[in-house]
Write a protein that binds this ligand. Structure first.
Ligand code: FAD
Ligand code: FES
Length: 257
């Protein structure tokens, strides 16, 4: 288990209640796969459980990594108080991460994200582009005000957006974007977002040979010891998997959503 202190370099509110936190430290050396996460001790003594937050991007040369989180409850609220120079106790990188090993230069990959599921897809897309793979992004948000990283995804490849109220991109959600896109067959499909969106992707690509979804589950230990994060496996009622160490990425068609 890797545990270390990362130092806050900067923190900024990039959309209402959505913060980007830049951290620096030795732990970044171990970061490798997109879709992994850090399990972070909340800087508030009465909150004992760590909070899992995906790694949005990392740079092993200057030992920095970015996290993007939305304020939900007390833990994430406490993160907003972090200032440059503060130390953050992190476990990680944890989880299996997206597997991009089967893809080759010239392939097309669909990257599907919604709301606060979008952050880890940025590092994924960067790594795909480095391998010569063409990412096509399908990103959904509630409304224009909460859209973030639009230009950054556009800089990596074609990016299609949907918002519930139509204030940015198409009116609707990512399933509408996917319905309209019929001109190519992607070599891989990657998705991260809310359960409804994952269900849609899981159903649509259940027989695809390389389609992967990132699951969310409430976590305690984060390292496979407490069984607090289990999900059930389809067609195998007695079998379960732990999201923290066997996931959070699973092939489509495997998990009961
Ligand atoms: P509270 O509701 O007060 O939390 C109470 C408890 O429930 C805490 O133990 C908390 O960890 C747990 N909890 C609450 N909501 C969730 C949730 N959705 N998933 C897991 N545990 C939850 N959020 C982001 O904004 N950005 C990310 O990049 C991100 N990546 C994640 C990656 C993984 C693998 C997982 C499992 C979750 C991720 N989340 C992410 C969700 C984030 O962990 C929760 O929003 C956060 O833990 C809420 O903590 P809180 O104290 O503010 O809220
Ligand atoms: Fe403890 Fe996954 S959170 S086993």
């Amino acid at each position: 288990m890797k545990q270390g202190m990362l130092t806050v370099i900067a923190q900024q509110e990039i959309a209402p209640n959505i913060f980007e936190l830049i951290l620096q430290g030795e732990l970044v050396k171990a970061m490798e796969k997109p879709g992994q996460f850090l399990h972070i001790l909340v800087p508030q003594k009465d909150l004992l459980l760590r909070r899992p937050i995906s790694i949005n991007q990392f740079n092993r040369e200057n030992l920095t990594c970015h996290l993007i989180y939305r304020v939900e409850g007390q833990g994430t609220k406490a993160f907003t108080q972090l200032l440059p120079g503060d130390k953050v106790d992190c476990l990680g990188p944890l989880g299996n991460g997206f597997d991009i090993s089967a893809l080759k230069a010239g392939d097309i990959a669909y990257i599907i994200g919604g709301g606060i599921g979008v952050p880890p897809l940025y590092e994924l897309s960067r790594q795909l582009v480095k391998k010569g793979i063409t990412p096509i992004h399908f990103l959904g948000f509630a409304k224009k005000e909460v859209v973030y990283y639009a230009e950054k995804f556009q800089a990596l490849g074609e990016s299609l957006f949907a918002t519930d109220d139509g204030s940015f991109g198409m009116k609707g959600n990512v399933s509408h974007l996917l319905e309209e896109r019929t001109k190519e067959s992607p070599a891989a499909v990657f998705a991260c977002g809310n359960n409804g969106m994952l269900k849609m992707v899981d159903a649509k690509y259940q027989n695809h040979p390389n389609a992967q979804i990132s699951m969310e589950a409430r976590m305690a230990c984060g390292v496979g010891a407490c069984y607090g994060c289990v999900c059930h496996v389809k067609n195998e009622p007695t079998k379960s998997v732990k999201v923290c160490d066997e996931g959070p990425i699973f092939k489509t068609g495997v998990i009961v959503l």
